[in-house]
Ligand binder design. Structure first.
Ligand code: NCD
Length: 307
């Protein structure tokens, strides 16, 4: 049985197959409308979510399956002190596959080790968020036609932003990828990613503070929210929260075919006036998130049944 803890759990070839399946689902949704009849997806969310949980639920329903689960720790037995390991053993008796989000790094991995069903990490603290990465890859692949030969600007909270961490892991496997890491000093990419991922694999990257300086070179600009819930004090958050605001004026420095992605939710980091620019694709990105999660659910369930 296979789980999905990190984007690296899939080989590049498996990832290609997944992207291929997701785009077939996009083109021929009716073909897949009963692919998961009588199957159940459990969503176990110990942290807030709109897109990830609802897109998993929509994905399973589009496949003819059904969903059950909880959307906060307070409404589950976690509030009574039950461990994640015990909860997943119980959920394994109710559902065929599970997506879990938890504020602790490694929680999904712990769950997978005790689970009788495939577990998908839907975000573990400031660590990883592999299905957002699949969404991001499908968005880039569909709209740019490639995952290689790209200069990618990652902007905002690179320290706590789990979507950024997963995306870097995934993209370094493609040829000729360069990163521009745009953040305030306090929110720089963690050294375990700078050294153990980027430097170790000889991936070209630069770190800078000013978004305007990076803009003209970028093929992709990946904006992120300052991760309020991971700060130790409110004061630091307030100081950082409006550090970057992408405006029309700043976007005018970008290439005509640059794409602006954002995992959402957006707070202030992209001005709403940018939404109408054809380069702003963050709401399209949400739609791709449903197709790729449909493809992932199908694939993990298929692997589960194979001898
Ligand atoms: C992201 C997350 O939860 O890490 N949201 C999402 O799943 N689309 C990004 C964020 O919360 O800022």
């Amino acid at each position: 049985m296979r789980h999905m803890m990190s984007p690296l759990d899939l080989t590049v070839e498996e990832l290609d197959n997944l992207l291929h399946l997701a785009s077939d689902i996009e083109k021929n949704p009716d073909k897949y409308a009963h692919a998961c009849d009588r199957k159940k997806l459990a969503t176990c969310f110990y942290e807030p979510s709109t897109r990830t949980r609802l897109s998993f639920e929509a994905a399973m329903q589009n496949l003819g399956g059904s969903v059950l689960g909880f959307s906060s720790a307070d409404s589950s037995s976690a509030a009574k002190g039950e461990s994640v390991s015990d909860t997943i053993r119980v959920i394994s008796c109710y559902a065929d596959i599970c997506a879990i989000r938890h504020p602790k790094e490694g929680a999904a991995l712990v769950a997978s080790s005790k689970s009788g069903i495939p577990v998908i990490n839907a975000g573990d603290g400031g660590h990883q968020h592999p299905t957002q990465t699949l969404t991001d890859l499908m968005t880039i692949h569909s709209l740019k036609g490639r995952l290689s030969d790209l200069t990618i600007g990652l902007c905002g909270d690179l320290k706590f932003g789990r979507t950024v961490h997963s995306l870097i892991h995934a993209l370094i496997r493609y040829p000729n990828i360069k990163f521009v890491l745009i953040s305030p000093e306090e929110l720089r990419i963690p050294s375990y990613i700078r050294q153990d991922v980027l430097e170790k694999h000889g991936i070209p990257f630069v770190e800078m503070e000013r978004l305007e300086d990076a803009m003209p070179d970028l093929d992709i600009l990946y904006m992120t929210r300052v991760q309020k819930e991971r700060f130790f004090n409110e004061e630091d958050y307030v100081r950082m929260k409006d550090f970057y605001i992408l405006t029309k004026e700043k976007l005018s420095l970008a290439k005509e075919d640059m794409l602006v992605l954002h995992p959402l939710p957006r707070v202030n980091e992209i001005s709403v006036e940018v939404d109408d620019d054809p380069r702003a694709v963050y709401f399209k990105q949400v739609q791709y998130g449903v197709y790729i999660r449909m493809a992932l659910i199908l694939t993990l369930l298929k692997w589960k049944e194979e001898p």
